[in-house]
Design a protein around this ligand. Structure first.
Ligand code: G6P
Ligand code: ZN
Length: 541
């Protein structure tokens, strides 16, 4: 078999963002676009000779083609062993798991997460390192620098691998092993979660619906929920990964998972509802008639984690992203363990997890995870919920209400203003930053500002400082509003306004009613309508 060195020209736009290189499919279909980027990743890995690499993706349109190309370039670049998920599939948390278990140098993960797929949809390539987590900024910077200078890529000239047949096959000097994408992940779950207890719950008639949203978690959920835990066939819906996710937006929230929401709020609601996103790292939890906010879910999981075998020894600490509600902090305080507040972005949890400072972490954007991998993990969160329901013997909604009764409730909502003109959004944030010093002591309705700042994070492990991560306004009445611009939007700017209000006694009021004064204060402070021309948010979650 021959290894070709193919001359190429740099593309100017291969700068990885928050989660790797994410672009529209037609961009990736340009000749040499994928080859250049994959070669640039490998060029930053001098230790690759003789090493192991993991490859897999969320099954979206172009996944198989890019898997084949990646395998051939990896084989031409000195990797000795390449593990690839059957059918080219690996959920993001499973990729993280396989990298860690196999001692691989890293993995190439193909995904655009919860963004729509298909020929006109999105595609993405990212590199995860040895610890199984997304490459840190210095590495992505080095990859980007390499894409600007690249003049050739190396590729093995060979027919495509049969991605369906499990086992070893030679590719140039390398051995490609097609692995069951679920096996390692399911084995890891069995060490963390009390499977026999959950199986007993299903055997006793407990019913749930898991909506895989025609994305990658279908095979994982079927194997674990229906086969290993004995949930009835049909528990997992939309369980076959489709290249275009059935035309849907695979983002598990009440807006996009509307079928699940309709079921869970209707007369035939099963005992529990859950969903996961395109690549399987996000989760949504719904009790009958009650959507559990991701912020509450993190707090509830933290308060009950000791009921699962993997966490029986207790938690070292808990971290949440800054805009995530403070519900998890209350649990940390009562457990007497540290609580960390990090900027938005899963990568900020990596150091805390690697250093053993935290066991659980989560974000308001539907991500929850623990030290078991270095990505957020949708199905894991669902299994931990099932574990706590089985162990407490309480219905899901009761778990939530009892939690509020014990800790108080952090009413929470996020208002997104999408496709705002960039300049208007920047000006709004600049004006907000300009008023910070004058805010303390000012009254807005029945709320008085206690403190206001622009969040900066000093990483306690490596000392690095990340500034300007969002404006926080804290009110004396234990309410809070946070303003920040999304780092993941693709068109114009997205202004996110995170609203919360803590209540010790009023636990069952409508969220909108409890938050109305905070919404009014946010408008008065930021002048959103005047600056953006919008009278209301485009999306409320
Ligand atoms: C991705 C990241 C998360 C982040 C979310 C929202 O899912 O992995 O860490 O919380 O995007 O980010 P944004 O900047 O759009 O609010
Ligand atoms: Zn995702």
């Amino acid at each position: 078999m021959t290894v070709l060195a193919v001359p190429t020209q740099p593309f100017p736009d291969q700068k990885p963002g928050t989660s790797g290189l994410r672009k529209k499919v037609p961009v990736f279909r340009q000749p040499a676009y994928v080859e250049n980027f994959v070669q640039a990743i490998f060029d930053t890995l001098p230790e690759r000779a003789g090493a192991t690499l993991v490859v897999g993706g969320d099954g979206r349109f172009l996944n198989r083609e890019v898997v084949q190309t990646t395998l051939k370039i990896a084989a031409a670049n000195g990797f000795a062993r390449i593990l690839v998920g059957q059918g080219g599939l690996l959920s993001t948390p499973a990729a993280s798991c396989v990298i860690r278990r196999s001692g691989a140098l890293g993995g190439v993960v193909l995904s655009a997460s919860h963004n729509p797929g298909g020929p006109e949809g999105d595609f993405g390539i990212k590199f995860n390192g040895r610890n199984g987590g997304p490459a840190p900024e210095p590495v992505t910077e080095a990859i980007y620098a390499r894409t600007r200078a690249i003049n050739a890529y190396r590729i093995v000239e060979a027919p495509d691998i049969d991605l369906e047949r499990l086992g070893d096959v030679a590719l140039g000097e390398a051995t490609v092993t097609v692995i069951d994408p679920v096996a390692d992940y399911a084995a890891l779950m069995e060490t963390l979660i009390d499977f026999p207890r959950i199986a007993a719950l299903f055997a006793a008639g407990f019913r749930m619906r898991f909506d895989a949203m025609s994305a990658v978690t279908g095979p994982y959920a079927r194997e674990i929920l229906e086969r290993r835990l004995g949930a009835p066939a049909g528990t997992v819906v939309n369980g076959v990964p489709l290249p275009d996710f059935g035309g849907h937006h695979p983002d598990p929230n009440p807006v996009h998972a509307h079928d699940l929401m309709a079921l869970m709020t209707g007369p035939d609601a099963p005992d529990f509802g859950a969903a996961s996103d395109g690549d399987g790292d996000r989760n949504m939890i719904v009790a009958p008639g009650l959507f559990v906010t991701p912020s509450d879910s993190l707090a509830i999981l933290a308060a009950h984690a000791h009921l699962a075998p993997g966490y029986a020894g207790g938690l070292a600490g808990i971290a949440r992203s800054m805009p995530t509600s403070r519900a998890a902090d209350r649990v940390a305080a009562s457990l007497g363990i540290p609580a960390y507040e990090t900027p938005t972005g899963w990568k900020f949890f990596g150091n805390l997890l690697d250093a053993g400072r935290i066991t659980l972490c989560g974000e308001e954007s539907a991500g929850t995870g623990s030290h078991h991998v270095r990505e957020k993990d949708g199905l894991w969160a669902v299994l931990l919920w099932l574990n706590l329901i089985a162990a407490t013997g309480k219905p899901a909604a009761q778990v939530v209400r009892d939690h509020w009764a014990a800790y108080g409730r952090d009413y929470y909502a996020r208002h997104d203003y999408e496709e705002v003109e960039n300049a208007a959004a920047e000006e709004l944030m600049a004006a907000l930053r300009g008023t910070l010093a004058a805010l303390p002591g000012r009254r807005f309705g029945d709320l008085t500002v206690e403190a206001a700042d622009d969040f900066a994070y000093a990483d306690p492990v490596d000392g690095s400082v990340t500034a300007r991560q969002g404006v926080r306004v804290l009110f004396r009445e234990d309410a809070r509003v946070v303003f920040r611009l999304s780092g993941t939007g693709t068109v114009g700017a997205t202004l996110r306004v995170y609203l919360e209000r803590y209540a010790r006694d009023r636990l069952d009021a409508p969220s909108t009613e409890m938050l109305a004064p905070v919404v009014a204060a946010a408008e008065a402070i930021a002048g959103i309508a005047a600056r953006t021309g919008r009278t209301g948010p485009s999306v409320v979650t």
